[in-house]
Design a binder for this molecule. Sequence first.
Ligand code: IPM
Ligand code: MG
Length: 355
Amino acid sequence: MQYKIGLLRGDGIGPEIVDSAVRVLEAVGNKYGHEFVFTPYLIGGAAIDATGKPLPEETVEGCLASDSVLLGAVGGPKWDILPGHLRPEKALLGIRAAMELFTNLRPAKLYPALKAECPLREDIVDKGFDIMIVRELTGGIYFGERGYRQGKYGEEAYDTECYSRMEIERIARVAFESARKRRKKLTSIDKANVLETSRLWRKVVHEVAAEYPDVEVQDMLVDNAAMQLVRNPSQFDVIVTSNMFGDILSDEASQITGSIGMLESASLGNTKRGLYEPIHGSAPDIAGQGKANPIATILSAAMMLLYSFDLAAESNAIVAAVDKVLASGLRTADIARGGDALSTTQMTDAIIAAL
Ligand code: IPM
Ligand code: MG
């Protein structure tokens, strides 16, 4: 089979880690007899520099014409002074919206080989954890009305959160389906003691729950959830939450896995075409130095094989290769704690060798 993959390398360490994942995909293609055809498109700061726009039309058209899309990261200090609508981050929101990717899957699990990197207490680490965060991705405060106006104290800025019943229902269904395939426990995280959007969220999640009597559902307030994630992460199976809460809690979850450099993600809509990206950012401080951990992007490519192309064996082969490399003690700088660290290329070579 031939698969067309759009590449959005982006900024900072983006190009290095995307190229690592491409090499891994090519190795998988050779081994299993698939042809992956890669087409790069500009996004973020790189697109601003070349075209003046963070998300050129050709990029959107190219992504929509691809079978799936792999993204590195966008943003950096160079573009921080630009107004909101011209910032690199705007491109990320734009491509998610244009591709109608309302679901963001962010798995966070503790690798046995990385237990020592987990900052939590030993008895908590011993219990381990394996969490699937289902983050709503095209609604909420990220996409609500915003602006500046004159208020009681002069100039003020505002952002608004809005969720429709339809948006909550469809993300809830994805989360229940995911829970059904896992340990059948769903925690819905909101701030229903304060926010109207959260009260609708809670109501709709419980309505959808009626279709999934085999899944245990529980509500949790977001402040408590932030605490529970470090107090007792093993209690969670699937988490479903709004765009902003999911953004924040997934960074927290990444840290207890040992490194944000390890966490992959899949953004999905109603078609097989997805956008796959590491949850970390562009890390401008280490860009171009060959120090970045490519694992999150490589695992994102593995998610692409599974969710977009239904290539489960190929996807598992990548995951197994990463496990093997970590178990053998190989580390990039972010997880080496001062010990010997491999470069981005060396880590990629090791994973390809383990395939
Ligand atoms: C993420 C990032 C983005 C987000 C930023 C860069 C816009 O933090 O993917 O988690 O907030 O969604
Ligand atoms: Mg984030």
